[in-house]
Design a protein around this ligand. Sequence first.
Ligand SMILES: [Zn+2]
Length: 437
Amino acid sequence: MSEAVAVLPPLRIPRSLLDPRLALPTPDAQGLVAVQLEQQDGTLRAIQPWPGVGPAAEDLPLAITPPLEPHAHLDKAFSAAAFPNAEGTMAGAFAANGREAAERSAAHVLERGERALEMAWRHGLRAVRTHIDSLGPAASPSWEALEQLRRRWAGRVELQLVALVPLSHWLTAKGAQLAQQVAASGAVLGGVLGPPFEAGPADAAALLALLRLAERFGCAIDLHIDEGVTQPGRGVRLVSRLMREHRIAVPLICSHAASMALLPDRACRRLAEAMAEVEIGVVALPPTNLWLLGRQPGRTPLLRAQAPIRQLQEAGVAVAIGADNVRDPWYPAGGFDPIELLRLSVLTSHVLPWERQGLAAFTTVPSRLLGQAWDGVLRPGGPADLVVLGAASWEALLAASPQRRVLRSGRWLPPPAAESPSPLLAPLRNAAPADPG
Ligand SMILES: [Zn+2]
């Protein structure tokens, strides 16, 4: 039996997240339109202009469609407390990651993944793509744990899995076998490409082997590439060249692509055009890049290497923004919170949520890059899924981290744990404020 049609409280929604075919009033100066949504059984039935009865339009809460996390590492999330990298260097991250991976078990990965997905879900994420360290004794238990979580969370947070190995592994028989297994489970092939780069043709041979495997097994690829401040753009240039020369058309994402931003402007733009030509997507990861890259003892950083988001977008490359590491040796902060990432990216990357392309990097573009059925645009007959913010303007959203309520399939989720009063302050709950006199 069908539910009755439910009318949602009036909201202000970015015009770019509402079906362009709808007859709606002109968006306001913030790009927002006040609307009244109706849903039934988790499906939107109607999107009407807000008739203006009751609160003024500028007092209505802002809402967006649920974002996606295009790049995470659930197998190591929350491991920073036991395996810290206090100095915040790349070398320190590698070393701590290695020590942690030697002890990693299915139980660890299950616990970390469950905690991560619970946070992601309550924060409004509808999909998470995680890379998995896929070489060594922890590989099989990690895959088993994350496959289990993928099934458990289906319908709430879609979990996508990427096999992360050194690129040269794809040249080996074991690599080909792994590719076949990955393909059979509907997962994605990954790898790490420079810096440092191998001297000679070794990187090109390994990359070509990976591209061929993806072609053969019908897999997508997601690379960690150019996560550094040397040899700018060398990895993405190699990928673009091989795809063009060998006419390989597999869905491919370059995650990081940070050093590319250090190229002179013209060279950067030419490279972006070459990437657009072979339809490479980019996932920019500002938090981890700004934490690890350009770090020098005793100096405040000037070099803030991260993917050249604007130049890539202008060349027609699809760019999504992700958070990458969460409380692990690679980055000590974060919490699977796309609204926090959006707020942070305003500062780190001058990505502005009131601009169409700025907001798209968290919503419509990652849904395309992750091959989702829903593009993240609200329309009658589509999902009744929203993240409603306790902010009535973009300025309010930037001024302070807003509370939120998440609607998924027409049902309101419990608020994120982080929005409840801190248990650390519980002993002060009844503390009287000081007398102002
Ligand atoms: Zn990563």
